[in-house]
Write a protein that binds this ligand. Structure first.
Ligand code: SF4
Ligand code: SF4
Length: 83
């Protein structure tokens, strides 16, 4: 019978993924934004703020971003990328 992954290999995988995620950055194309606010609603750390006057979001507090990808998945206009 084969053994499952041990603690050492799980930790190694965790650190590999954590390093990879930390290197990702948000790239936002404001010209694509239609001001639908999904990114603002799903971001768990408050990186997005609606600007209701111009109907476009503002990306700020980039240092808070945990690269969860929620805003990328939720934006119907593909205005946000993580890379
Ligand atoms: S989800 Fe997309 S279209 Fe909606 S406010 Fe955010 S960036 Fe703009
Ligand atoms: S990737 Fe996650 S944490 Fe980063 S801005 Fe988008 S929703 Fe917020």
């Amino acid at each position: 019978m084969s053994e499952g992954p041990n603690l050492g290999s799980l930790l190694a995988e965790h650190w590999y993924l954590a390093r990879k995620l930390r290197s990702l950055e948000i790239h936002f194309a404001p010209e694509r934004c239609k001001g639908l606010w999904q990114c603002y609603e799903v971001c768990p750390v408050g990186c997005w703020t609606p600007d209701y006057d111009v109907r476009c979001v503002v990306f700020h507090h980039g240092e808070r971003c945990i690269a969860c990808g929620a805003c990328v998945l939720q934006c119907p206009e593909r205005a946000i990328e993580l890379r």
